[in-house]
Design a protein around this ligand. Structure first.
Ligand code: PRP
Ligand code: URA
Length: 207
């Protein structure tokens, strides 16, 4: 089952602060960055490495370096709140952008932007989008990445709903999902309950 529930206590302490309706945008952005570092580290656990030798002041020591091209793909706009965290861990990662916007009434996502790096076939692709609700945005973004040649895709999110996990698993059973939590349900407006509200609006103060 490609669903990875990240149990780290720091992740869950940060998540509680993100959920809190009293957390203002400045703190929300900082917390989003901190939780994303921890989640991305987990999603990069299977990243291949190459053996190297480094010289310490005393002797040669065996070491490892990252052995695979990594492409990080934030889904705009909320995914941008997770990007700096991944780039702190992997400054050399290439970055692609996918712009998707859910319709306020139907919750159906439509694409308004896409710019991906070339040659994704052998890359380790980390798609970052904090909210996996109906799963419509994630499936649309994965479809696009696949059409661009990506074979090895992982999704990192901060809150997921059962409906979103199920949709991604049905359409893309080989895509791994990393999340601290799968919440109870979606409400009538397709927001995650209890969730944390609209992530993009809370991140950028556009409530
Ligand atoms: C949010 C979120 C996901 C999407 C999840 O973005 O960041 O991309 O909704 O919902 P889904 O699983 O039902 O598709 P939104 O469309 O609100 O745009 P924003 O990031 O610009 O705020
Ligand atoms: N997008 C959000 O930002 N929050 C939700 O609960 C669902 C979609």
């Amino acid at each position: 089952m490609p669903l990875h529930l990240v149990e780290h206590p720091l992740v869950h302490a940060i998540l509680a602060e993100l959920r809190d309706e009293g957390t203002p945008p400045e703190a929300f952005r900082r917390l989003a960055n901190r939780i994303s570092v921890l989640l991305a580290a987990e999603a990069l656990r299977e990243l291949p490495t190459e053996t190297i030798t480094v010289k310490t002041p005393l002797a040669d020591a065996p070491g490892r370096r990252i052995g695979r091209d990594v492409v990080v793909v934030p889904v705009l706009r909320a995914g941008l709140g997770m990007l700096d965290a991944v780039l702190q861990l992997l400054p050399d990662a290439r970055v692609g952008h996918i712009g998707l916007q859910r319709d306020e009434l139907t919750a159906i996502a439509s694409q308004y932007y896409s710019k991906l790096p070339p040659s994704l076939e052998s890359s380790y692709v980390l798609m970052i989008d904090p909210m996996l609700a109906t799963g419509g945005s994630a499936v649309a973004a994965i479809d696009l990445l696949r059409r661009a040649g990506a074979n090895n895709i992982r999704i990192v999110c901060i809150v997921a709903a059962p409906e979103g996990v199920e949709l991604v698993e049905r359409h893309h059973p080989d895509v791994h999902i990393y999340t601290p939590v799968v919440d109870i349900k979606l409400n009538a407006h397709k927001y995650i309950v209890p969730g944390l509200g609209d992530f993009g609006d809370r991140l950028y103060g556009t409530l």
